[in-house]
Write a protein that binds this ligand. Sequence first.
Ligand code: SAH
Length: 467
Amino acid sequence: MLVTISTTHVPATDLGYLLHKHPGRVQDFTQSFGVATVFYPEATGERCTVALLLDVDPIRLARERAKNSPDFSLAQYVNDRSYAASSLLGVALADVFSTARAGRCAHRQELADSAIPLEITIPVLPCRGGADVAHRVFEPLGWQVEAEPIALDEAFPEWGDSRYIRLRLAGVVRLADALNQLYVLLPVLDEFKHYWQGPDEVDKLLRSGDGWLADHPAKTLIARRYLGRHRGLAHVALARLAELGDEVEDAAEAGEEEIAQQEDGRVPLNAQRHEAVCQALLDLGAKSVIDLGCGPGQFLERLVSTPAFTRIAGCDVSARSLRNAARRLRLDRMSERQSARIELFQGALTYEDPRFGGFDAAVLMEVVEHIDPPRLQALERVIFGAAKPGAVIVTTPNSAYNVRYEGLTGMRHPDHRFEWDRAQFAQWSDRVAAAYGYRAERSGIGDADEVLGTATQMAIFTRGGCP
Ligand code: SAH
């Protein structure tokens, strides 16, 4: 089985730097189920193509499988694994190009951060549900998709199509995103799961889906298929994605095998969070607001659509999140008057920055838990001590509520450095308020459990306490 990735970004041979594989060499990488060979069928300044050829050893695969799975069947020995692209190819890609998948490139970091023209071909790919599913999962990510069904037997056209397709994707995409998308979406299209799924599969899915899965219109289908037989895990993944994404559900999902995650009709948690924080800002009478750690800009969108806010700023440490925020807000298509209302900038909350100053209110929505505990005091000093907005609104998960997420073993998101229960949050917010002359008032967001409290906790800091 084979996948090729080409670019026409000039000089195209920079693909070698991005992938950390020299275009002049053929290299083998041993996998537990076979050997992956990387080589470049073409490498010129105008166009460069890397190929990953995976030679699956069915005997080794069967042994691996026997170790990991209790079921034994003939299918372990008689299957398409050696001939069709599948989750195994995704695993090999992830292993061989692990640094590129993490978006790191010592020699060409700017290029690794940029979307570049890419073309991906997979000659034989099992695709459950037909070619339409390939369109549904890849097109919303900006790919032009050609998914050509492969006939069962060319000699007997009346037999119809097989469940395999020839896939060609073309788009302008960051290479790390493309690799992560293949890693997740190859097993989604495939109907045969080679591995056992444990609770860390949810973390893997969220990590690989960073920046593209939470807003994907077919995320329910993707999470359910990726996590396979284990329905509980798909629920956990969707609940955690709901924390990150903006909940646009694909209408086409309804009525299918996949159950939309808000099947009970409740308002998703992050929408409740946006509502609560927006209301709190209005109650405070804030006109100028800065969203610190704004991520891809869902809450900024809410602020922009509220006329009471006349000056809006969004700041994040991640350039990628800011690009997504600019795209979401359609900054390039805004009237001059509108765009004068809003500014986006890159900055770190642990370093003093004059751009943080001069706002009626600052929002730290689901941000503090991403800061390493030893750096948290720096953030406190920078925001409460130096920037000194009139009010600060902080939201963060209530760790006690996590037992309500079935199957969740660790924290709600792989990047969380800590999660506080209500007592810990109260202690932190009271200490910070007292140190910097604010008063802290706490409340909850989301459905309240009598014993555990709500999923999200919020503190509103207003100035006026004794410094
Ligand atoms: N506020 C958004 C995003 C929360 S995710 C929301 O509620 O949806 C946390 C965000 O904080 C990420 O976008 C991350 O890039 C950002 N972040 C983490 N550490 C940061 C730091 N030190 N400085 C600025 N932003 C940071």
